[in-house]
Design a protein around this ligand. Structure first.
Ligand SMILES: [Fe+2]
Length: 227
């Protein structure tokens, strides 16, 4: 058939990648993160020993999915050891803010935590609540944070599967790579295959200062103090 359609891909999602590998001394961060993950393990062991008096039933043990573990401290951006990384995160958030001419005075990191994945561990698909722009700083090589198609309507109602169903994007990761993405984007990680743990640092941000000052939209303007 001699027929060709013009196809327009519209409303793209934007993921920003920054190479900070020669700007952030990322290697020194891993032992600090490890210590924080140990603190979480100790706390959970204590809580579990109080909760589960009996051994876990064998069927449960067989169906366990290995999850990535977060550091106990989720405000790493306030710590001196992470000051260099936090400063670069702020620079990258400012780049994002300016690139899209966002009507807010600043994007301020609000939470920052480390993730450890032992062999077979993974992050389930999730998005970040109470955040505008989120990000991840990779400390490993291999498959990076995987993103899912945000048009969830595709997965509802009448559906005939086609080559765009369950579209995901799985970019390569490398140590020192900073990825920024809108917090509504669902993402996950594949089960980790390596013997050494896989590490990353994630963060959320919030608009700060005057927001939405457009003359015609004063009704939705707000002045936020985020600290
Ligand atoms: Fe996440």
């Amino acid at each position: 058939m001699d027929l060709e359609a013009q196809i327009d891909g519209i409303f793209p999602s934007y993921i920003f990648n920054f190479d900070l590998s020669d700007k952030v001394d990322w290697k020194k961060l891993i032992p600090i993160l490890d210590e924080e993950v140990d603190k979480r393990h100790q706390l959970e062991e204590q809580q579990n020993s109080e909760k589960f008096k009996d051994p876990i039933p064998s069927q449960m043990a067989q169906t366990v999915i290995v999850r990535a573990v977060q550091t106990l401290d989720r405000e790493l951006h306030r710590r001196q050891e992470f000051a260099e990384l936090t400063a670069w995160i702020k620079i990258c958030l400012e780049y994002y803010r300016k690139r899209f001419e966002m009507q807010c005075e600043k994007l301020e990191p609000t939470l920052m935590w480390g993730n450890k994945s032992i062999k077979h561990a993974q992050h389930h698909a999730h998005f970040h609540t109470m955040s505008l722009i989120s990000g991840v700083f990779h400390l490993h090589d291999g498959i990076g944070t995987c993103f899912m198609d945000p048009v969830e309507q595709k997965l509802r109602g009448l559906q005939v599967f086609d080559k765009t169903t369950n579209d995901t994007w799985s970019p390569r990761a490398y140590p020192g790579q900073l990825v920024l993405f809108p917090a509504y984007m669902k993402h996950y990680t594949e089960p980790h295959q390596g013997d050494d743990p896989r590490w990353s640092i994630a963060f959320n941000s919030f608009p700060s200062g005057k927001c939405n000052w457009d003359e015609h939209d004063k009704i939705i303007a707000v002045d936020l103090t985020v600290n």
